[in-house]
Design a protein around this ligand. Structure first.
Ligand code: THU
Length: 160
């Protein structure tokens, strides 16, 4: 028997004013996309913005459905669109903003497990870490320099 210890490192910024300009600019795209989310059931709006290495910015938001499981998170809406539109581009940065319309969300909202798995697919595919910044509507911003911090022991194509 052996024990494996896995360490994850995250940077925590006090607010948007502290993050690099490129990131705060991308957060503005994410915040704008968030306001266009279709979330009549949860009233929890999420926006995602992706910066590609070709300079393009792709945005997405959560799209809910009366048949709940048919809806999709903002992160996957955005990343699948990026993959569909620019299949050869690499993802440099992802900015995520999330919050309820029923109360103010002031703590950072990380991507859900399914979205982590989806983002991981692209990190593995492009063989380049994806920087992920996530936040609530306001407040602290958390930075992960790679998706792998958020999903150790990932199930990926090399396993298959
Ligand atoms: N949601 C996202 O868009 N991204 C996440 O990572 C977590 C959850 C959405 C799904 C659903 O529309 C709403 O937030 C509440 O769960």
């Amino acid at each position: 028997m052996k024990i494996i210890k896995i360490e994850s490192e995250f940077e925590v910024y006090n607010g948007l004013n502290e993050v690099p300009k490129q990131v705060s600019e991308l957060m503005v795209y994410a915040a704008d996309a968030r306001l266009k989310a279709y979330a009549p059931y949860s009233e929890f709006l999420v926006g995602a913005a992706i910066l590609l290495d070709n300079g393009e910015v792709i945005t997405g938001n959560n799209q809910e459905n009366a048949c709940y499981p048919s809806g999709l998170c903002a992160e996957r809406t955005a990343i699948y669109y990026a993959g569909a539109k620019y299949p050869d581009a690499k993802i440099v940065l992802m900015a995520l903003v999330a919050g309820s319309t029923k109360h103010k969300t002031t703590t950072p909202v990380p991507p859900c497990g399914a979205c982590r798995q989806a983002i991981s697919e692209y990190e593995v595919k492009q063989d380049l870490p994806i920087n992920i910044y996530f936040m609530g509507e306001t407040g602290e911003v958390i930075h992960s320099k790679s998706l792998s911090n958020l999903l150790p022991f990932v199930f990926e194509k090399a396993i298959i």
